[in-house]
Design a protein around this ligand. Sequence first.
Ligand SMILES: *Cc1c(COP(=O)(O)O)cnc(C)c1O
Length: 400
Amino acid sequence: MSDATIPTESAGAAPTGAESGPTSAESALTGAESAPTSAETGAAEPRPPRTALSDEATTLDAADRLRAKRDAFTLDDVIYLDGNSLGALPRAVPHRLAEVVAREWGELRIRSWEESGWWTAPERIGDRVGRLVGAAPGQVVVGDSTSVNVFKAVVAAVRIAQERGAHRDQILVDETTFPTDGYIAESAARMTGCTLRPVAAGDMPTAVGARTAVALVNHVDYRTGRLHDLPGTTAAVHAAGGLVVWDLCHSAGALPVGLDDHGVDLAVGCTYKYLNGGPGAPAYLYVARAHQPRFDSPLPGWNSHADPFGMASAYTPADGSARGRVGTPDILSMLALEAALGVWDDVTIEDVRAKSLALTDFFLRCVEDYVPTGRVQSLTPAAHAERGSQVALRCADAGR
Ligand SMILES: *Cc1c(COP(=O)(O)O)cnc(C)c1O
């Protein structure tokens, strides 16, 4: 942010097409070519000189407690604005991956399941993710994609809710959700004899009722960057007797979540956005300890068996978070994620949140200063309590 004339990276290659809309706009708007002069804007009052913002950015950078963290990532002099789609590469990852391939796979081979801790990696790394989202050890397991974990969480949550009463036959879903969550919830509804009700995330507390089995809600809206009320919504769903599944894809690693503190039932999220785990890094599933004995996975693979190597024909689920596993873990991606999580060792999520808000505040001021009035509209709430860690700008020809 210290020099707005440094070209930004194109967002065009982002695999999540829907997400590249706002981020393309962001990238384009910070490029030198798109910064209009005041003559071009036709603005009546003189704008403050650009150097004022640039100087302020330099001063802020110099005082930044997290400044040294940039060096923990492989970043050239580009201003990378797509961390909400694919986090940058932490420097520790290539060396660790090379070691895993050469030594653990190449030399130890099958012994590594035990000796290199491969078998227990999903729970071990799950606990590290847990620390970042306010979950005590033993409740988070890493594996599969977010989509698959949404499926496990929603179906298992419906099963728990229906033990409380078979009349609970509705799944509420955030109506502006990232599409995969909605597709999976629709299938989960059909499989469990429920109906799916799309509801605005902010209206969940009033939409829940005696027929609510589960509410599936995003902590932060992937398009607008709006932060939803996790404590209030969770309490309202509980008051109605239902369970809530939170999707943390855009909040884990960006802001404090407090899963245990707020009594969340189940949660899922990916690790390749704010957790920098790399393309295709495994997702995670949180099952609150209180629900674990009744967590009845719709995908009871052998990795979730109490005695996986007993090769029994009858299924007996493991205790604890391992009950959320399915098949053989994707070790290479998982250990890349583990190495990537090292960047958090000396950083608190509170410090990251403070910097994130400072950056998005500053970015919005730059937009106000650089962009002709009315040219773009920010979809991201100005209030800190309602903002995630991104800025989304609506612009008629964002692609261009
Ligand atoms: C990024 C994202 C996903 C991605 O799901 P995958 O199965 O990991 O590809 C799902 N839900 C939300 C809300 C997301 O932001």
